[in-house]
Write a protein that binds this ligand. Structure first.
Ligand code: IPM
Ligand code: MG
Length: 356
């Protein structure tokens, strides 16, 4: 089969890690008889520099005309002074919205080889951890009304969180369906003791749950969830939560896996077209030094094969190769505690390819 993949490399380490994932995909293509056609589009700071817009129309059109999108990362100090709508991050947010990618799957799986590199205590990590976080991606406070106004104490800024019944229903369905394919254990995270949106969230999630009687669904307040993730990550199977809570909790969960450099993600909507990106950012401090960990992006490419193209065997092969490389003790600087002898981005990619 021929697959058309849009590459949006972005800023900082974005280009290096996307190039690594492309090399892996090319090897997979050769081995399994697929051809991948790659087309590059601009977003983020790179797009601002080239044409003054963090998401040029051409990039939206190109992504919409592709079978899937592989995304690096956006942002950096160079563009920090820009106003909200002009920032690199806005390019990513607009792209998620343009492609109607309302579900963000963020698997936080502890690879056996990294047990000693994970910050939680050994006895906690020993129990293992394999969490699928579903983050709502096109609603909530990220997209609500915002601005500046005169408030009680003078000038104030505001952002608003809003969720419609429809938006909660559709992510709840995906959450229950995901739980059905895994341990049938769903935890819905909210702040229902304070927020109205969370109370609606809770009500809708439980109503949808009546259609999935085999799944056990428990509510957990977000502050407690933040604590439980560190205390006992093994209790989580599938987690569903709002855009902002999901952003925060997925970074926290990445620390159970050893490094944020390990966490892949898939953003999906109602079609097969998805956007696949590592959950970490553009890491401008290490851009160009070769220190970036390509694994999150390589695992994101594996998710693309699995979710957009139904190439299960090929996706398994990539994940298996990563697993073996970690078991064999290979590390990039982020998972080796910055130790001497850590592999560069290119060397780690070469090593993963050699295990394919
Ligand atoms: C993420 C990132 C983005 C987000 C930023 C870059 C806009 O932190 O994908 O987790 O907040 O969604
Ligand atoms: Mg984030």
């Amino acid at each position: 089969m021929n697959y058309k993949i849009a590459l949006v490399k972005g800023d900082g380490i974005g280009p290096e890690i996307v190039d690594s994932a492309v090399r892996v995909l090319e090897v997979i293509g050769e081995k399994y008889g697929h051809s991948f056609e790659f087309n590059e589009y601009l977003a983020g700071g790179a797009a601002i520099d080239a044409c003054g817009d963090p998401l040029p129309e051409e990039s939206v059109k190109g992504c919409l005309a592709s079978d899937s999108v592989l995304f690096g990362a956006v942002g950096g100090p160079k563009w920090d002074g820009l106003s909200g709508d002009a920032r690199p991050e806005k390019g990513l947010l607009r792209l998620r919205q343009a492609l109607e990618l309302f579900t963000n799957l963020r698997p936080a799986k502890l690879y056996g080889g990294l047990k000693d590199d994970s910050p939680p205590r050994a006895d906690i990590v020993a129990k293992g951890s394999d969490i699928m976080i579903l983050r709502e991606l096109t609603g909530g406070i990220y997209f609500g009304e915002r601005g500046y106004r005169e408030g009680k104490y003078g000038k104030e800024a505001y952002d608003t969180e809003a969720y419609s019944v429809m938006e909660i229903e559709r992510i709840a369905h995906v959450a229950y369906q995901t739980a059905m394919k895994r341990g049938k254990n769903l935890i819905s995270v909210d702040k229902a003791n304070v927020l109205e949106t969370s109370r609606l969230w809770r009500e809708v999630v439980h109503r949808i749950g009546e259609q999935y009687p085999e799944v056990t669904c428990k509510d957990m307040l977000v502050d407690n969830a933040a604590m439980q993730l560190v205390r006992n990550p093994g209790q989580f199977d599938v987690v569903v939560t709002s855009n902002m809570f999901g952003d925060i909790l997925s970074d926290e969960a990445s620390q159970i896996t050893g490094s944020i450099g390990m966490l892949a993600s898939a953003s999906l909507g109602n079609t097969k077209r998805g956007l696949y990106e590592p959950i970490h950012g553009s890491a401008p401090d290490i851009a160009g030094t070769g220190k970036a960990n390509p694994i999150a992006t390589i695992l994101s490419a594996a998710m693309m094969l699995r979710y957009s193209f139904d190439l299960t065997e090929e996706a398994d092969a990539i994940e298996e190769a990563v697993n073996k490389v970690l078991d064999a003790g290979y590390r990039t600087a982020d998972i080796a505690g910055g130790a001497e002898g850590a592999l560069s981005c290119t060397e780690m990619t070469d090593t993963i390819i050699s295990y394919l």
